[in-house]
Every structure is written in C-alpha cells, then in structure tokens.
Design a binder for this molecule. Structure first.
Ligand SMILES: Cc1cc(N2CCCCCC2)n2ncc(-c3ccc(F)cc3)c2n1
Length: 254
C-alpha cells in the first residue's frame, strides 16, 4: 500500500502511525502480555477484579482490530502458571472470564471466521473453564481466518521441561536418535507446534517476559506501552504495528 501523503508535522505519533501502516507488511503473528489490570483498578479505588473486567473489553477491541488489519495469529497471555498464587477469590473470578467472554463473543468470532485455540495446560483448569474453552475450540475448529490463541495456565519453562521429557523418552525408546534433535524438532514438540513464532510481542506496563514463549520469542520484535492493559487502545496497537514496520529485521545477521 502506498503511503498516503500526510501533514506529519501536525499529527500526533499515533495519528501518523494509523495513516502510515503498510497493509502489505502486517506482522503475521502478534503476541500480547496484558499486564496491569489489578493496578488499574487500585488506582481508581476499585477492586482488582474490576480491572480484569475492563481488560476483557480491551481484548474484544484489540481482537477486532487485529482481525481487520490482517494479523493471522493473535496470542493473548490471559493466565500464567504463576497466577495460581493469587488470592483464591481473584483466581476464581479469573477462571470464570473465559466462559463469560465466549458466551458473548463466540457467535461473532464464528461469523468472522476466527479460530479459537488454547495454549497451556488443561490440567488444573476448573471443569467449567475447560469445558467452555474446549467447546469454543471445537465450534471454531474449521474456521480459516484469524487464529485467536489464548495462553491459559501457560508457562514457558514448564512447556520446555515437558518437551525435554518427551524427546528424552523417545530417544530412550530408540524412536529418535540424539542426532535427530535440532531446533526444528524442538519446535515440533512445544505446545505451539505448527504455529510460526511471534513477529511482534506487545506488553503493557512492565518490561519483562514473565515466563512467556521464551523459545518462540528468540527473534521477535518487542514493543512496550507504558499504560495499564485496560487503557491500551486501538491507537496503541496501530502504533506498535507501525513501529514494527520501521524496524529492519535481521534475525541475528548484519
Ligand atoms: C483467565 C482469563 C483472564 C482474562 N482477563 C481479561 C483480559 C486481561 C487479562 C487478565 C484477565 N481473559 N480475557 C479473555 C479470556 C479468555 C480466555 C480463554 C478463552 F478461550 C476466551 C477468553 C480471559 N481469561
């Protein structure tokens, strides 16, 4: 897409980014760590769960924006393996959000040809949570549009440990030899098998990876927004895409 002539000097950074997004250079896989929901609520004298609810509205907005701009895979870090350490009432609330989200959004996601996937361990998820997610995965299995990949009960180190155990057992059973083990084989034994690595990682508020897709993010462009997730907007998303397009990706070469 040709750049539109713009009066850049008069526009804000986010206004510039929207007009200058090249539709032929959209990151195929965008991953987002949606941080700061509890602190957003605390700042407003609200209970932490109000921040999670506000955060879910932003999930709907950004999922739509990603789909419209042509992102192929959107991975959202909804609940980490470390999140089980939070207060019981907060965890119980969080574990109800998948079914709440799907109850209102699944029909529209299906109409938009979106395929819902789960990244993470099913073990340990409450039955009501797992049932809602599995039903959404099944109902959207044949869709060929945006892959909406929810990282739920996900931790990268446990994913890597599980991969090592699986590969080691196959070597022990002589189903694999040590010489067969290379980066491609490792990727095939991770929970993200079949998906390309993220091209762009967006994170709100904190500048760290928090045990998220550590293997997969090896060559991913990182973009941080100094806002809490509930305050993240479509304009922030477009700015991240625009900045991604300004970076020449070298994958380690010069
Ligand atoms: C645990 C949790 C928390 C959760 N938050 C809202 C967004 C901010 C981050 C934390 C709170 N959201 N938002 C959507 C989901 C979800 C998960 C799976 C699924 F199939 C459909 C929707 C979700 N799940």
């Amino acid at each position: 897409m040709l750049h539109k002539l713009t009066n850049r000097h008069k526009q804000t950074k986010t206004e510039q980014s929207k007009e200058e997004i090249e539709l032929n250079n959209i990151p195929r896989h965008v991953a987002i760590i949606m941080d700061g929901n509890g602190r957003w609520a605390n700042q407003r004298g609200l209970p932490r769960v109000a921040g999670h609810r506000a955060g879910m509205k932003v999930v709907k907005e950004i999922t739509k924006a990603a789909d419209e701009i042509g992102v192929k895979i959107l991975t959202l870090y909804a609940f980490s393996t470390e999140n089980w350490k939070r207060p019981r009432e907060e965890v119980d609330y969080l574990m109800k959000l998948p079914q709440e989200y799907l109850a209102t959004e699944l029909d529209e996601l299906n109409q938009r040809n979106v395929q819902v996937r789960l990244l993470g361990s099913e073990e340990g998820l409450p039955p009501h949570t797992l049932q809602a997610v599995k039903e959404a995965v099944e109902k959207t299995r044949h869709n060929t549009g945006l892959i909406l990949n929810f990282a739920l009960n996900y931790g990268s180190r446990s994913e890597i440990v599980q991969m090592v155990k699986t590969v080691a057992a196959k070597v022990q059973r002589h189903e694999l030899s040590v010489d067969d083990i290379d980066e491609q084989l490792v990727s095939q034994f991770l929970q993200t098998r079949g998906l390309p690595d993220p091209d762009l990682l967006i994170r709100t508020k904190e500048i760290r990876l928090s045990n998220f897709m550590l293997w997969q993010l090896a060559y991913t462009e990182l973009w941080f927004a100094d806002v809490y997730w509930p305050d993240f907007t479509k304009k922030h998303f477009e700015e991240a895409i625009h900045d991604f397009q300004q970076r020449a990706r070298r994958y380690g070469s010069i």
